[in-house]
Design a binder for this molecule. Structure first.
Ligand code: GDP
Length: 528
């Protein structure tokens, strides 16, 4: 049997962050090819295509179904076990993405070489920065006309305030793209036309002056490469593992995911540089992955694939210890002991029962709604994992059952969907109405359909004249009470029973926060 320390050391749990269309799906597919997960790679592709039809929410539903199977992909390569956590690409589901990023130890940032840093990439990067998640950069689509690589590096450095250290350097671009020079290993990696699924073999060089370069590349491109590498080595800092692990430096790989070019070097970079599971912060203390006792936390809940089936899967990241099927874990929030009868492991090709799992691994735990996002599971110790955010929704609507007799059913549906993290649900203090908050408008349609098909309650969403919601916190409970007494009409409770202020417009929010300086109006809530 392998030792806990060894298993921790070989784990790499990561996610890919990018702006839609930069090539995340394609890169995922190619990464999985290395782990022999070709079949699933097809599924990833199918989902990528479905996702593009964004106006059609049925497709989003399909995506939701498929993503249960493919939202965690575990594969082995070169003696390491990789857990690649997929993040929904659709911007309407960004909250899910944010939470997923709380369960990774590093990320790969994919940039379209023609576009540079785009909006979604920047936002996701900011989330990674909150936890100093180390980032490996992949500049994609070099087979197309791209921006100047120096300009791209400069943009990463400037917009993200991150030191950049190129790990490879592109030789030409677009139709003149010949390959890359591997700056870490001094080898030339050339594009072999027409071998999409086979990674190119590196050609060992003794350095940039090696005459092999002159034999293999056109004279003008060799000259350009030598000049540029000299400049790059003068301008950019050398790769520093410490700085990378602290999240202040990113190694940059260039390539073309579609042509499977540069992907192996990227994967080897992740294997070599990205950290194994990191200690998990909790209220009481940090949890070290190599601790004997098992601890874990829920970062995502997903309704089961069968919509009529009320079961859900909690996605749980193991923080420490050697997990075995059948073990009993204490659910800290409820104090109940749960037996892990049917944990699911998301292997590259399929799901299967998890007989065991190690820190950094993600297991799925089927449940009937008792597990919630942010919950901690341990072998008994009272630990509350921190750092899993909940964001204030940007769109709020009132939801009503078409049949008023079905109010109770609606409450159940809304509460369950809120626990799952599919939306925020706020019950108003006065009138006990349900206000549902989401990040993207498309979610209202998806929710209406889910409430109708899964709970049998036809509903309508209507404008509520609300601008945003803020969780309210105060050091002085008396001050909080004064506020809630004075603002009954603007108050609601979230599904955990925490007080929320509903602002009618920007001015209402500003005026209220100015008037009550001792209160904190929070746009994010940490689940503890
Ligand atoms: P995602 O939205 O980030 O998942 O992006 P996809 O992987 O779905 O890719 C978006 C589009 O870019 C698709 O048409 C891909 O075929 C294309 N694409 C991805 N990688 C490359 C590449 O390296 N070169 C070129 N020319 N196209 C690419």
């Amino acid at each position: 049997m392998s030792s806990l320390a060894e298993e921790v050391a070989r784990r790499r749990t990561f996610a890919i962050i990018s702006h839609p269309d930069a090539g995340k799906t394609t890169l995922t597919e190619k990464l999985l090819l290395f782990g022999g997960a070709i079949q699933l790679a097809g599924a990833v592709k199918a989902r990528g295509q479905a996702r593009r039809a964004r106006s059609d929410w049925m497709k989003v539903e399909q995506e939701r179904g498929i993503s249960v199977a493919s939202s965690v992909m575990t594969y082995d390569y070169a003696g390491r076990t990789f857990n690649l956590l997929d993040t929904p690409g659709h911007e309407d589901f960004s909250e899910d993405t944010y939470r997923t990023l709380t369960a990774v130890d590093s990320a790969v940032m994919v940039i379209d070489a023609a576009k540079g840093i785009e909006e979604q990439t920047r936002k996701l990067f900011e989330v990674c920065r909150l936890r100093d998640v180390p980032i490996v950069t992949f500049v994609n689509k070099l087979d197309r006309e791209s921006r100047d690589p120096f300009e791209l590096l400069d943009e990463v450095e400037q917009t993200l305030a991150l030191d950049v250290s190129p790990a490879s350097w592109p030789i030409g671009m677009g139709s003149r793209f010949k390959g890359c020079y591997d700056l870490l290993r001094d080898q030339l990696i050339l594009v072999e036309r027409g071998s999409h699924d086979r990674p190119a073999e590196g050609i060992q060089c003794s350095g940039l002056d090696d005459p092999k370069l002159d034999e293999l590349l056109p004279a003008d491109q060799v000259r350009e490469l030598r000049e540029q590498v000299e400049m790059v080595r003068g301008l950019c800092p050398e790769f520093d593992l410490e700085a990378f692990r602290h999240g202040t430096m990113t190694p940059v790989f260039f390539g073309s995911a579609l042509n499977n070019f540069g992907v192996r070097e990227l994967l080897e970079g992740v294997a070599e540089f990205s950290p194994p599971p990191r200690p998990q912060p909790a209220v009481e203390r940090a949890i070290d992955p190599a601790e004997d006792k098992v601890s874990a936390f829920v970062f995502k809940i997903q309704a089961n694939m069968d919509p009529k089936h009320r079961d859900r899967i909690a996605f749980v990241r193991l923080s420490s210890g050697h997990f075995r099927r059948g073990m009993k874990l204490k659910h800290i929030r409820s104090g109940k002991v749960l037996t892990m009868h049917n944990p699911v492991l998301f292997l590259a090709r399929d799901r299967e029962t998890a007989e065991e799992a190690w820190p950094g691994d993600i297991i799925g735990i089927p449940n009937h709604g008792n597990l919630r996002i942010g919950d901690t599971l341990t072998e008994g110790e009272e630990l509350h994992v921190t750092g899993i955010p909940s964001f204030a929704p940007e769109l709020l609507q009132r939801v009503r059952p078409t049949d008023p007799m079905k109010m109770k059913h609606l409450s159940r549906a809304v509460e369950q969907l809120a626990e799952e993290g599919a939306a925020k649900a706020f019950k108003t203090r006065l009138g006990s109405q349900w206000i549902v908050g989401v990040v993207g408008a498309l979610q209202f349609e998806v929710l209406a359909d889910r409430i109708r098909t899964e709970y049998d309650v036809p509903v309508t969403f209507e404008t509520a004249g609300l601008h945003t919601a803020r969780w309210i916190a105060a050091d002085d409970p008396a001050e909080l009470k004064r506020f809630t007494d004075a603002h009954q009409g603007d108050l609601a409770e979230d599904h955990d029973g925490d007080p929320v202020f509903l602002a009618r417009n920007g001015w209402h929010l500003k005026h209220t926060t100015d008037t009550w300086p001792k209160l904190r109006f929070l746009a994010t809530k940490e689940q503890v």
